[in-house]
Ligand binder design. Sequence first.
Ligand code: ADP
Ligand code: MG
Length: 370
Amino acid sequence: MTHHKQVPPQERSGAPLLEVDRLTVTFRKHSLLGGTRVVRAVNQVSLAIAPGETLGLVGESGSGKSTTGRAILRLVPIDSGTVQIQGRDIASIRGRELRATRSQMQMVFQDPYSSLDPSSTIGASIGEPLRVHRSMGRGEIRARVEELLTLVGLRPSHADRYPYEFSGGQRQRVVIARALALDPQLIVCDEAVSALDVSTQNQVINLLEDIREKLSLSYLFIAHDLAVVRHISHRVAVMYLGHIVESGPTNRLYSSPAHPYTEALLSAIPVPDPRKRNQARRVVLQGGIPDPSNPPSGCPFHTRCPYVMDICKQSMPEMTAVDGGGEVACHLQTSGPTLAGRGLNELAPASPHAMPDEREPRNETPAPLG
Ligand code: ADP
Ligand code: MG
């Protein structure tokens, strides 16, 4: 796998492409018994993506990743907060400007079968946004479709084939080609490679990297798999129960996670080298994700945190800067007995649930991911 990510683009250019400020999205679920349950799927989320940058967004299933991506594309209503693309607030634009802004942002989903019409040739599928949004003739559309197929590593003649004639990885390339048709600046990839086997994942990730460099695209790359996100992201943000609990440059976040949740997610990644396996601390999360319609008081992670302190049950930690880059919302940073300049690795866990791993192989994952 290639690594082109060493120079974070946000340090080269000033204004972000995308800026999300205290975004909140709430779902109301009406139960048969007449009650209403309110789920704050996205809670005060702030993030920014520079032109040409990839931000990874990770967290267990239900943490609010997809809702964040969908709210950015205005596919779900926003409760509060702002989403700005190139300085324009997407909530306040209408009509033609909204359509133009929307075409700057595209989404690629996990399952290319459900996002491709099985009865249309892939040429027709890729050309559809061009027919709808651009006044282009048939010949022009065909030429553009062939160009897009080449860009994603397929052959121009593939335009006449149907989705069932392609492998899963090829279908995902088709979906990427269609997402690129209108020259977007941002693509939200929501578990875009999660359904593929590892070697196909790597190929598609390398393709996404090459396309990003060629077209100066930005990605919000959503995945539950931290191993996948690492190779494509300049920075990573970690979500838990609707909150971003930690963010930072990929290298810092993976080498010294500042949030116990990040540490736990990282320790669930299989370590291929058996000699290194024993040195890695394994943090097993206690219990499951709390009911999102009835989240815990204080820090949302306190019910599962191996380092929990009294203050964690009482107040929500503020985001604070982390040495080496990024931010974390954790009382250990500010009120902990410990962390003056040290990493979590040097901190003795408060509970027996976080212990250096004596056993192998790792055959249990701390929590369902996805
Ligand atoms: P993730 O992508 O991280 O798995 P989601 O954004 O899909 O998380 O979901 C976050 C929370 O919002 C979950 O509790 C989920 O059940 C809830 N949710 C998501 N979409 C809807 C919806 N359309 N209606 C009601 N609740 C929803
Ligand atoms: Mg999701």
